[in-house]
Write a protein that binds this ligand. Structure first.
Ligand code: FE2
Ligand code: FE2
Length: 347
């Protein structure tokens, strides 16, 4: 039974996300290199701005991967590609124009990978779409970067070929691309560009929303295979979320949320885990399966309501926004570690 909890399509999207992360790391390394190697003030400034976006987007990408819930490694070929390109970028075979040219191709690869993941998510399920939504902002920014890089390439290319400055106006395209970018309406993650960190309430709420979507998917489907796939994801998400709350959140809120209320949350989660195991042992084709899922949904719903009302209020009243963001970072790290353990224990 346990083996079928994993779905191949979901695993493949996980691999693609890991590929994107590996490419994003290379993008950041390239930009750091360009900033130290390129003397032109304007171009250097352009790369500094891009680097800021890309570092922020790396954080978004990491959040998306944890939110998605299936950790994976990049494909071997992507790793080889990244190594080879890194070597070329560090060497002297390529001119600076050629290096930036490769960088632009890399951005294109990132954009297309992001688009494909987005399209694939629409086929796999609403919960997947929800988890990867912030990736849209990353894609949009990468597209804008591509436009800027085209302008940079024209300047560098004309210089390399003729030793002269390109006609004025080439920078106009760069400026247009920058303007287009600043008009973007961000997602929940990047709504406020200064506040790239989510607080603990935001992160917990993201998980709760995904859980609700999965319940809806399970109850709305009549295909046992689909039901099994959705339940597999729900099982993993709920187990990891609950465990991370017990490790990071509940101990932190206990002093001000109170011994009794906090203990209640622990008890409810113990009951929830029992229900999850019970359902896992059932056939998704049986009528009992959905009845038990419905019971679980009600119990989880009550639990979520308590967390989002009284526990969130206690957090707001007792933690500074810095403390709450720190807690979010710890919570995400705990989830990430638990996901790793989960996938390792199945191998
Ligand atoms: Fe909880
Ligand atoms: Fe929760």
């Amino acid at each position: 039974m346990v083996t079928t909890l994993d779905d191949t399509k979901r695993m493949m999207i996980g691999t693609k996300l890991a590929d994107i992360k590996a490419l994003q790391e290379l993008v950041i390394a390239n930009e750091q290199r360009f900033i130290s190697e390129i003397n032109d003030q304007d171009i250097r400034h352009r790369f500094q701005e891009m680097l800021k976006d890309d570092q922020k987007n790396m954080g978004v990408l990491e959040t998306v991967i944890v939110q998605y819930g299936i950790k994976s490694e990049p494909k071997q070929t992507i790793r080889q590609f990244v190594d080879k390109l890194q070597e070329l970028m560090g060497g002297s075979e390529l001119s600076i124009f050629e290096k930036v040219f490769q960088h632009e191709l890399l951005k294109h690869q990132l954009v297309m990978s992001g688009v494909v993941v987005h399209k694939a998510a629409q086929k796999v399920g609403a919960d997947v779409e929800l988890a990867i939504t912030p990736l849209n902002t990353v894609n949009f920014e990468n597209r804008a970067h591509q436009e800027q890089l085209k302008g940079v390439l024209e300047v560098l290319g004309v210089r390399e070929l003729t030793g002269q400055e390109a006609d004025q106006g080439l920078w106009a395209r760069v400026q247009d691309a920058v303007a287009a970018l600043s008009g973007v309406a961000g997602s929940v993650i990047t709504q406020n560009s200064d506040k790239s960190d989510l607080n603990i309430q935001d992160v917990i709420r993201l998980d709760h929303n995904k859980t609700n979507t999965l319940f809806t998917e399970i109850l709305g489907s009549n295909d046992p295979q689909k039901i099994q796939e959705y339940f597999g994801q729900l099982y993993k998400d709920l187990s990891v979320h609950a465990e991370a709350e017990e490790r990071v959140v509940y101990p932190a809120v206990r002093p001000f949320y109170g011994q009794n209320d906090t203990q209640e949350l622990y008890d409810e989660q113990a009951e929830m885990k029992r229900k999850l195991e019970e359902i896992k042992a059932l056939s998704p084709a049986s009528s009992e399966f959905k009845d038990k899922v419905r019971q679980l949904m009600e119990a989880v719903g009550d639990h979520i309501r308590q967390e989002e009302s009284t526990m969130f209020a206690a957090i707001r009243n007792n933690l500074s926004s810095d403390q709450s963001e720190q807690l979010a970072t710890q919570f995400k790290a705990a989830k990430s570690q638990l996901q790793d353990q989960m996938s390792a224990s199945k191998k």
